[in-house]
Ligand binder design. Structure first.
Ligand code: SAJ
Length: 400
């Protein structure tokens, strides 16, 4: 095959590099000239373990080339973001623009695949769009949806080894897409239809969100009931059919905290639990910020001076540098909003410098602070000792 990938971001670039590593020529498209130039120089513009090596060798071997425009190929992969507009409505305009860009290039026998997380029905919508402009291609091209499911931080491994769900708009399309992924995926390939595949992606992330919401709700109950939620969950999970996730300072990232809205927007009456889970997880971050404020007030009353407060972690989950949709960042911003004379140390060991936050080394912060709020369970924080004399707010279960 000859492949065009549209979108060279967190998923599109690793996917392009992987396909190219299998000696399949890939023409990667991105609207950003900077991104295109960076990749053509064999470099990368995002942080992901082992991606630099993969891109460098794919470019060097001549199998990966980046451009701002698509060219004629036989397989087209749409891997662009699907953010939401205000009011939590999914925005598929990037998928549409990407599709419009390749419509003039399509010819008989071509395969068109959407990987972007999309509302149910998007693949059929794009099919209608394509056939409205190129009616002669009806029944002559193949269209399928195949969601990516890789975990940031482990993308290069999971792209190869995860199972994939592949749904065509008809059986021939499913077969054609299966054959394509078989070139570079070692996980199992599961055939279904396009709508089910779209729904499957949304289901996976909504399921995780709901399960984390359950854990977060438990943490609120336990705080009132004076029970250690971490111990509680460990014990409950000794039951052979119970498997509760970990509470935290909220749910972040650009997937789990976003995708459930794709369901609540289209099925508001039917998705009440999913909507409630989103609210519970959002509320958890408010709650943490309030806890920090309360601790500050208490300290001041008791000691007659403003405390020094360490806010430990900014990333959206442990051991990464990604701050997108990060609840920890949100909490820090909220707490700083009504800062008085108290002194804050903001800590993020995975980032050297930040344009808004003045960062402090984690050891120094922990040593100087009166109040330590653990927001993210970064490995570095696990061995911070001598906490006895301090007020500790452990929102991520890191303190032994
Ligand atoms: N979190 C908790 N408690 C837990 C687990 C996670 O509070 O027990 C929080 C994290 O701190 C983070 C958020 O949830 O703020 C999401 O983190 P994550 O590690 O669960 O997931 P992501 O967003 O990095 O990646 C998810 C994955 N989806 C699932 O596990 C179902 C990944 O496989 C998807 O490919 C990715 O979303 C995506 O792109 O959709």
């Amino acid at each position: 095959p000859k492949v065009v990938t549209i979108g060279l971001g967190y998923i599109g670039l690793p996917t392009s590099a992987l396909i190219a590593a299998n000696e399949i020529p890939v023409h990667g498209v991105d609207i950003s000239q900077h991104v295109v130039d960076t990749i053509n120089a064999g470099k990368i513009h995002i942080v992901e373990p082992d991606l630099d090596q993969a891109v460098a060798s794919a470019v060097k071997a001549g199998f990966l080339k980046a451009d701002t425009k698509p060219v004629e190929a036989d397989t087209y992969l749409v891997v662009v973001p699907t953010p939401f507009k205000g009011n939590f409505e999914p925005d598929i305009s990037y998928v549409q623009a990407a599709t419009e860009g390749i419509i003039p290039l399509l010819k008989e026998g071509d395969l068109y695949i959407i990987e972007s997380t999309s509302p149910v029905g998007t693949t059929e919508k794009m099919m209608d769009l394509i056939f409205s402009k190129r009616p002669e291609l009806k029944d002559k091209i193949y269209l399928a949806y195949c969601p990516e499911r890789v975990l940031p931080g482990n993308v290069m491994y999971e792209l190869v080894h995860n199972d994939r769900v592949i749904g065509g708009v008809n059986d021939q399309s499913t077969e054609k897409a299966l054959a394509f992924y078989a070139h570079f995926v070692k996980g199992e390939l599961h055939a279904t239809n396009a709508r089910t595949a779209e729904m499957c992606k949304l289901t996976e992330n909504a399921s995780r969100d709901s399960q984390i919401a359950f854990a977060n709700e438990l943490s609120l109950i336990c705080d009132k009931a004076d029970i250690n939620v971490w111990e509680l969950i460990k014990l409950a999970n000794k039951h052979p059919r119970v498997n509760i996730l970990q509470p935290g300072c909220g749910v972040g990232g650009h997937c789990i905290a976003v995708d459930p809205y794709f369901l609540t927007a289209d099925f508001p009456m039917e998705s009440r639990m999913i909507a409630q889970a989103r609210e519970t997880n959002n509320y958890k971050s408010f709650w943490c910020a309030d806890k920090i404020r309360e601790a500050r007030k208490e300290f001041k009353l008791k000691n007659n001076r403003e405390p020094k407060i360490a806010l430990m972690g900014l990333a959206f989950k442990p051991n990464i540098d990604d701050l997108r949709e990060s609840p920890a960042k949100y909490i820090v911003q909220r707490v700083l909003q009504d800062a008085n004379d108290e002194e804050y140390f903001i800590v993020e060991p995975n980032i050297k410098e930040h344009n808004i936050f003045k960062l402090t080394d984690y050891k120094e912060a922990a040593e100087k602070a009166d109040i330590i709020a653990f927001l993210v369970a970064h490995d570095e924080f696990k061995d911070i000792g001598a906490l006895e004399a301090k007020t500790v707010l452990d929102f991520c279960g890191i303190v032994k």
